[in-house]
Design a protein around this ligand. Structure first.
Ligand SMILES: CC(C)(COP(=O)(O)OP(=O)(O)OC[C@H]1O[C@@H](n2cnc3c(N)ncnc32)[C@H](O)[C@@H]1OP(=O)(O)O)[C@@H](O)C(=O)NCCC(=O)NCCS
Length: 148
């Protein structure tokens, strides 16, 4: 049985973080770090974790505490070579466990990203809103939220 583990990334891991983001996300459905400065901001302002399979980095996942009781799930990418193995589900479950005391958890995703939408709905998230041109690239996003 392969072992999936999570390792907190720091600013020293910036090159590995950029590499996994670049490898995994080439789609109008996912807005990855535009440049090094962007990646630096993510590492400074979010809790970024590498997802490892048997010790090898196969993805990254992030969240950010917006205010007491409110967390935002800001990123999730899996290396295409390792997709479809249930790793994203494990990453979501890891984040939900870290954030189990939060009253509200939310995220945004592209309305065409059905894999992601179905996954979050299965954990009790609801589709709360549609936002046009969310990142300024002309693409919309759905707001998904878990309120408890
Ligand atoms: C979305 C993403 C994170 C999913 O990662 P993954 O590890 O392949 O996902 P999982 O293997 O855990 O599968 C998740 C669900 O998608 C389904 N799925 C996986 N690969 C699929 C495929 N090629 N076609 C259709 N469904 C698929 C699985 O059946 C699973 O559903 P289930 O658990 O209900 O059976 C990954 O595709 C990715 O990195 N995409 C680019 C970045 C992105 O869009 N991130 C999300 C932003 S919010």
């Amino acid at each position: 049985m392969p072992e999936i583990t999570f390792q907190k990334a720091t600013i020293e891991d910036i090159d590995a973080f950029i590499a996994i983001e670049q490898k995994s996300a080439h789609s109008y459905m996912y807005s990855n770090c535009a440049d090094r400065e962007d990646a630096e901001d993510e590492l400074k302002n979010c809790e970024v974790y590498f997802i490892k399979k048997d010790g090898v980095i196969v993805g990254s996942t992030e969240y950010q505490i917006k205010e007491p009781g409110h967390a935002y799930m800001s990123g999730l990418v899996i290396d295409p070579a390792f997709q479809g193995q249930g790793i994203a589900r494990k990453a979501i479950e890891f984040k939900l466990e870290q954030l189990k005391d939060m009253k509200r958890i939310d995220l945004v995703t592209h309305p065409h990203n059905s894999k992601v939408i179905c996954m979050y709905l299965s954990y009790g998230f609801i589709i709360e809103a549609w936002k046009d041109n969310y990142y300024g690239d002309g693409q919309p996003r759905l707001v998904l939220a878990l309120n408890r």
